[in-house]
Design a protein around this ligand. Structure first.
Ligand SMILES: Nc1ncnc2c1ncn2[C@@H]1O[C@H](COP(=O)(O)OP(=O)(O)OP(=O)(O)O)[C@@H](O)[C@H]1O
Ligand SMILES: [Mg+2]
Length: 470
């Protein structure tokens, strides 16, 4: 009988597993990380079911040690809550599968059987054992969030491919996160300490793109007054991200194909080949299959690039990600603006969920950024989401509060100059506010503030205010 080890700090979970599995397997249990490793070494189980959240050392640590001792033993991760970072790490460190609680029993049984049969179809195979390396936690603005099954599959795939050097093609509509995924592939890879060079093939004219990518020697063409190192050489030992690859001309595609085949580049004006060790990640929002049919994309290059394809689903197909994305963007952007908006009311959230998001996550992020600036309170409401309209001033009391909230973080004065600076800042903003309220009619602005027109005029000159000053 095959042996299974179940690691979970909750007794009830271990109990249900045991009940489920004892008929078919020899089951042993452990309730924490140290115990797990002890049992693993003595029992040598054929498969491990491992919880991540445990007091003391967590499951990822256990996974690393198990994979060091016995790289071939399948480890199935079970967890109550999977963040992108965790899923990626678990897969990168060699987890066989990542399953969330509460799990679907038939699926779990199928995964166990499949793992024990040692077959896993449709998945890239990674050569060699994966060394356990320590992670720098991803910086927040690079964090990928999402809870939908579709995005979780993307996280898993990133983790699985991170340790390999396979070329990756990322496809998806505009704003679905292709660039973010490319960065994550690099950060979670063994190349993370080496360069990550991104180049947007659509943004650079063709003639320049070639010399950008491959570099040139002095005198290679008129104007080449010195040598230039190309992006491929710069990316040596690291990753190059070829964004919008579908927009590359056919002649450049042919040159790129040669680089992929030979693992070497030639600078323009030189016949010397320079070996480069570069992992290629490419992205496109075009349908390359149909570009192949219309002969605007080379089929041979396509197959070289898409050793593994990561396909990012449009946001409208994974609306369950909207709430967590909104929360993420509120946290990401509130800090950088004067308004500390950290929540959203249910009506506003519903409105966001109902929207079709043709611009995908980028569009959602922009809507939130803009709403934070316009928000009157600390909670976003439907009125803050109105598109393309300035909010009318309806309530002077909230308006004043907003003005103060805006001013405070901007007053960066040393002790001894606070009064002057704060009052100066305040006065200036007050004037701008009053002028904006009155469409820059100085007479009305002076009336609104209760000062003379002469005084207003003098202040406007003092602060050098013009209509475009904001
Ligand atoms: N899963 C995610 N979690 C958090 N932020 C995300 C996620 N996906 C995308 N974003 C954010 O959305 C914005 C757009 O993403 P990105 O630039 O990677 O998209 P893209 O597919 O490259 O778009 P384009 O095709 O327009 O170049 C970025 O600010 C990115 O940080
Ligand atoms: Mg992009």
């Amino acid at each position: 009988m095959l042996k299974l080890l179940i690691v979970d700090d909750e007794q009830s979970v271990r109990y249900s597993f045991r009940k489920l599995l004892t008929a078919s397997y020899l089951v042993s249990e452990a309730s924490d990380a140290d115990k797990a490793l002890e049992v693993f070494k003595s029992d040598k189980p054929d498969l491990v079911i491992l919880d991540i959240e445990m007091p003391g050392k967590d499951g990822i640590e256990v996974l690393k040690v198990i994979k060091d001792i016995s790289p071939k033993t399948p480890v199935i991760i079970i967890t109550a809550y999977g963040t992108g970072d965790r899923v990626i790490k678990a897969m990168k460190f060699g987890a066989y599968e990542y399953i969330e609680k509460p799990f679907d029993v038939p699926r779990l049984m199928a995964v166990i059987e499949e793992a024990l049969r040692g077959i896993k179809t449709n998945e890239p195979t990674l050569e060699g054992d994966q060394p356990a390396i320590l992670f720098k936690p991803a910086i927040d603005s690079n964090a990928m969030v999402g809870e939908s099954p579709a995005i979780k599959e993307v996280f898993k795939l990133i983790g699985r491919v991170a340790a390999s050097d396979a070329n990756i093609l990322i496809v998806g509509e505009s704003g679905t996160g292709k660039e973010l995924v490319a960065g994550a592939i690099h950060r979670y890879s063994e190349r993370s300490a080496n360069p990550f060079i991104a180049i947007n093939c659509a943004a650079i004219p063709e003639a320049l793109l070639e010399s950008e990518l491959f570099g040139f020697e002095k005198g290679a063409f008129t104007g080449a007054d010195r040598q230039k190192i190309g992006r491929f050489e710069q990316a040596n030992t690291g990753t190059i991200f070829l964004d919008e690859i579908g927009d590359m001309s056919l002649s450049l595609q042919a040159k790129l194909l040669r680089v992929l085949q030979e693992g070497a580049v030639e600078r323009l004006g030189s016949s010397k080949t320079i070996k480069v060790d570069v992992r290629i990640v490419a992205a496109t929002n075009r349908n390359l299959e149909s570009d192949i049919v219309s002969k605007s994309f080379r089929e041979d290059l396509f197959y070289r690039l898409k050793v593994i394809t990561i396909s990012l689903p449009p946001l409208r197909m994974r609306k369950e990600d909207i709430p967590i994305l909104v929360k993420h963007f509120l946290e990401k952007h509130s800090g950088s603006t004067r308004n500390n908006v950290l929540t959203i009311n249910p009506d506003a959230l519903t409105k966001l969920i109902d929207h079709a998001w043709p611009g995908n996550i980028r569009e959602l992020e922009n809507v939130i950024k803009r709403a934070i600036i316009l928000a009157k309170g600390s909670t976003l409401g439907v009125e803050d989401l109105l598109d393309g309209q300035e909010l009318p001033v309806t309530n002077p009391t909230t308006e004043n509060a907003r003005l103060f909230a805006y001013l405070n973080p901007r007053i960066m004065a040393q002790p001894g100059e606070i009064y002057t600076k704060a009052v100066g800042e305040f006065e200036k903003d007050l004037l701008i506010w009053a002028l904006a309220e009155t469409q820059w009619n100085q007479l009305q602005a002076a009336k609104l503030l209760g000062i003379s027109r002469v005084m207003l005029h003098e202040r406007v000159n003092k602060f050098n205010l013009t209509d475009g000053s904001r």
